[in-house]
Unconditional design. Structure first.
Length: 285
């Protein structure tokens, strides 16, 4: 049976060391690292994510401020707020929770955030730096996945990694980080013929698709390490349930290690956001 990779425990350890670092920062510079979290609209899942992010940030000794804007907020008003936060010396990290309401242009919003304060790592400057292997603020979810992989497998060099999904926020940066760690990387997406065949060659399989329990046993090589990024809400036996993109029960008997949902990648994402805020704060001071 596969080992369950405990994202809750790992994230708690990471947050403890970040909290120590935040306390040192406050002693050195006389202020706490500042995180501004912006939420536009009423999306229930986004509200939960934002609440969790600000709670963990506060617990870790950051000065975390939430900006909740109505759905009908204009692009100009959102840009003005970002500009204000960009020039506020007490704000070191800015996160605009995605997705935004349809009338707002996500690309424009991401580009408006100062790259030095872009703790999500989505700004084109940070994306470019990551892809050429320079220091950058690295997107939180793939960063968290890398920590879990390194904890589970140690050195990743020479391993074949298959990433299912090619989004800008998960799949692509995940592939860049695996490549930097000297893996051989294959990216599988919706136009890939017979994706299971490719996935079955993987020592490391990362699922970031957004389809509940799509990755069954036929996708997994015996002994592979499986990272499940998916967060999907489904109805089962009349109850709402959170499941990943991986069918955990089917994969557990075959894999070497698997992340659960919930309690896997999710908590690591938040811990890496707090870590990025501290890195950004130190760089700015
Ligand atoms: P996107 O919808 O942006 O991307 C999904 C990707 O999956 C696309 O590249 C798509 O391919 C690919 N895909 C869709 N269907 C298939 C298929 N049948 N076979 C192979 N590939 C397929 O999603 P995100 O990357 O934003 O998120 C993925 C999942 O991760 C979601 O469940 C999301 O909720 C979760 N998530 C979790 C986070 C966490 O903290 N744990 C953080 C961020 C996301 P194509 O490009 O060809 O359309």
């Amino acid at each position: 049976m596969a080992t369950r990779i405990d994202g809750k425990k790992l994230s708690a350890e990471l947050l403890t060391s970040v909290a120590q670092n935040a306390a040192e920062f406050q002693r050195e510079f006389g202020l706490r690292p500042g995180l501004a979290v912006v939420l536009v609209g009423e999306d229930p899942a986004s509200q939960v994510y934002v609440r969790n992010k600000t709670a963990r940030a506060t617990e870790s000794g950051l000065n975390s401020t939430e900006y909740r804007l109505p759905t009908e907020t204009t692009q100009a008003a959102l840009n003005d707020l970002i500009e204000e936060l960009n020039s506020d010396p007490e704000v070191h990290g800015i996160l605009v929770q995605l997705p935004l309401p349809e009338h707002l242009d996500e690309e424009q919003v991401i580009a408006a955030i100062s790259p030095a304060k872009d703790v999500d790592g989505f700004h084109p400057e940070n994306v470019g730096a990551l892809s050429v292997g320079k220091d950058a603020l690295v997107p939180c979810t793939p960063q968290g996945c890398m920590i879990m992989l390194q904890q589970t497998l140690g050195n990743l060099s020479g391993k074949h990694a298959v990433v299912v999904g090619r989004s800008n926020i998960v799949g692509k940066p995940m592939a860049s980080l695996l490549l930097q760690a000297n893996c051989t990387v294959t990216i599988v997406h919706s136009r890939t013929p017979e994706p299971e065949k490719l996935a079955r060659q993987a020592d490391i399989l990362v699922a970031a698709v957004g389809i509940p329990e799509m990755i069954g046993s036929e996708w997994v090589k015996p002994g592979a390490t499986v990272i499940d990024v998916g967060i999907n809400v489904i109805e089962r036996d009349g109850k709402r349930k959170l499941v990943g993109d991986v069918d955990y029960a089917a994969v557990e008997p075959i894999a070497h290690a698997v992340t659960p949902v919930p309690g896997g990648v999710g908590p690591m994402t938040i811990a890496c956001l707090i870590k990025n805020t501290l890195l950004a704060a130190r760089a700015q001071q």
